[in-house]
Ligand binder design. Sequence first.
Ligand code: KG4
Ligand code: ZN
Length: 342
Amino acid sequence: MRVLGIETSCDETGIAIYDTNHGLLAHRLYSQISLHAPFGGVVPELASRDHVRKLLPLLKETLQDARLSLKDLDGIAYTKGPGLVGALLVGAMFARALAFSLAIPALGVHHLEGHLLAAFLDDIDLEFPFLALLVSGGHTELIDVTGIGRYEILGETLDDAVGEAFDKTAKLLDLPYPGGKELAALAENGNPTRFHFPRPMTNKPNLDFSFSGLKTVALRTVKEHSLEEQPLTEQTKADIAYAFQQAVVDTLVIKAKRALLETKRRALVVAGGVGANIALRKALSQLCISLGSKCYFPAPEFCTDNGAMIAYAGAKRLVAGETTDLTVDVKPRWPLNEVTAL
Ligand code: KG4
Ligand code: ZN
C-alpha cells in the first residue's frame, strides 16, 4: 500500500509517501519559522494561510521525487490533532478532497502517535514494547508504548513543555525564535561551574515534569548580572545557557531512568524536536548503556514535525483495515490515550 502523509498541525508543512513494502519513498518539508520569527511565536492565522500556499507545490515535488503520480496512491493519512485548529483544518480538507477525488481512503492520525512511531522509519530492529520520551515545543511526556494505539502516559509536564522552556530562555538571552538550537550552541562555550540551576521535581517520586521554574531562575540570573554588565557579556550568556541546558538534561535523564527501571523496558525511543539536542542525546545514550538498554533516536528530520511519521502511522492503521467516514473533523485537543488500539 502506498500512503500519502500530510502534516499541518503547527508551523511545518510536511508531505511524504510511505510504501508498506519498500518503506519511505519520498518526503518534503517546508518550515514556516522565518514567517513567524518576527512575532516571537507561531501566529495561527498566518500558519493556516501558509499551509494553503504550500501543500500543492510540496505534493507535486514529493510525487516527482518518488516518480509516482496521484493514481499510484492507495490511501491518505493526515494529522487530525492535536494542534492549531485552522492549520489542522487545511490539512484535513486537502486530504479528504484529494482522497474523495481518487476514491481512496483518508485517515486522520494523532500527531503524537506519529512522533512515537517515527523511530521505525529508520531503525528496523526496534520492537514493541518500549519506553518513549517525547520532548518537543508542545510536549514533554514519558510514555509506555506496548503497541500501535497502546500508549500509557507515565508522566508529563505540569506547565511548560521542554522545548517551550528552551525557547523562552533563549529569548531572555536575545536569541532568535525558536531558540532551542541556538541556546544549545551557546551552551558549548559555557563555564560548567559558574551557575547551578535546580533539577525541578526530581525529589518527587512521580514521573512528572515542571520546567517553568527554570525559565524564572534564568530570568533572575540575567537580571542580577545585568546590573554589573551592560549589556550582558557573551560569556555570561553562555554560562546561563549551559546551566539551563544541564538542568534540563539531568532532569530528563533522572526521570527517564526511573521510568526504565519501573517499567523494565529495554528500549528507549526519544522523539520530538528537542531530541535533536546533542547534550541530551549523549546523556540518554550513557544512561541506556549503564542500564543495559538500547536508545533509539529518529534521524533529525524525523524528530521534528514531518509528513513521513504521519504516512507511516496512517499506513499501519489503513493496512489493519481502519477506515473513516467522509466527515472532516479535527481535534485541536486530543488526549493520546483516546486513540484506538490496533
Ligand atoms: O517537535 P518540534 O519540531 O515541534 C513541535 O513542537 O511539535 O519541536 C520544536 C522544539 C522547539 O522548541 C525548538 O526550540 C526545540 O524543539 N529544539 C531544540 C533543539 N532543536 C530544536 N531544543 C534544544 N536543542 C536543540 N538542538
Ligand atoms: Zn510535533
